[in-house]
Design a protein around this ligand. Structure first.
Ligand code: AMP
Length: 279
């Protein structure tokens, strides 16, 4: 396994490999857990060479968010990646990716980037689309793999790739959960023991919302009730919405393929989760 932090060096390396091999990129911010590792396993089934990037992207954090305390565990991450026989790990410094961050050109996928998570995190998706675009340009992979846990992010990246004709296939992977249902996340480390015991109620509530959708209840009543229920349990719900899973437009009664999307604070930790429903 090669660990490379220099853009020019990795580009030279990839240029040679690209002539003979199919290359997959798995972008991460590190703090690797089983959710990340399944993306890598999927990548290995789809490509010859797997490149994993580890970069905590400052552009996607707001001024009062957790950029400074975001879990960084490079040594442990590298050990996990070596055990999976990853070919290349890209670990650039911030100054490599953003030599002049204040004047950085940004990539913006309009409208949807300002909804759901984008409403309370105004710069979030612009930071993500900008860094993913840069990573795709640097590595020029045939395939890039993302988790459905960040469903809105996956949707926005697919749209960016279509809109900008980027020659890469975007593949989504299912959500990996803890045994009690909590979606795995690097941020789960922030939870206190008490919060951790409550956290899986977010997943449980999504399951209840799904049951009520299937029972034919009115969507606005279902989401109002679920939001109130979670707030009563100690969460601070940012949003809990039912949308069309293909368009991410608000669901209407004729839609067959839906997705329930939620974000909530539990203490100082922001949790997100989602669940698909087919009627
Ligand atoms: P992050 O390091 O949080 O930026 O995540 C890197 C990639 O891993 C993203 O594509 C995430 O959607 C994906 N990911 C994170 N957690 C999970 C999970 N529990 N299940 C599936 N994919 C995940």
């Amino acid at each position: 396994m090669k660990t490379i932090n220099d853009i020019h060096f990795i580009q030279q390396e990839i240029k040679l490999l690209k002539q003979n091999y199919k290359i997959a990129l798995v972008p991460t911010m590190g703090g690797l857990h089983l959710g990340h590792l399944q993306l890598i396993q999927k990548a290995k089934t789809l490509a010859d060479i797997v490149v994993v990037s580890i970069f905590v992207n400052p552009l996607q954090f707001g001024p009062n968010e957790d950029f400074d305390k975001y879990p960084r565990s490079l040594e442990a991450d590298l050990a996990k990646l070596a055990a999976l026989d990853v070919a290349i790990v890209f670990t650039p410094e911030i100054t490599q990716i953003y030599p002049d961050i204040a004047q950085q050109t940004k990539v913006c996928v309009p409208k949807i980037s300002d909804e759901l998570c984008g409403k309370s995190r105004p710069q979030f998706f612009y930071g993500i689309t900008t860094v993913v675009n840069k990573l795709l340009n640097i590595i020029q992979p045939d395939i890039a793999i993302f988790g459905q846990k960040d469903y809105q992010q996956l949707f926005i990246i697919k749209k960016m790739v279509r809109d900008l004709c980027i020659p890469v296939e975007i593949v989504g992977c299912e959500i990996i959960r803890e045994p009690d249902g909590l979606a795995m996340s690097s941020r789960n480390q922030y939870l206190t023991a008490e919060e951790r015991s409550l956290a899986s109620l977010l997943y449980k509530t999504l399951g209840e919302v799904k049951d009520k959708i299937l029972a034919g209840e009115i969507y606005s009543h279902i989401t109002d009730e679920a939001t109130a229920h979670l707030n009563q349990l100690g969460f601070k719900v940012d949003y809990l919405e039912i949308r069309n899973c293909h368009t991410l437009e608000a669901a209407n009664i004729a839609d067959k393929d839906l997705i329930i999307l939620a974000a909530a604070m539990l203490g100082k930790t922001r949790l997100i989760d989602n669940m698909c429903v087919s009627i």
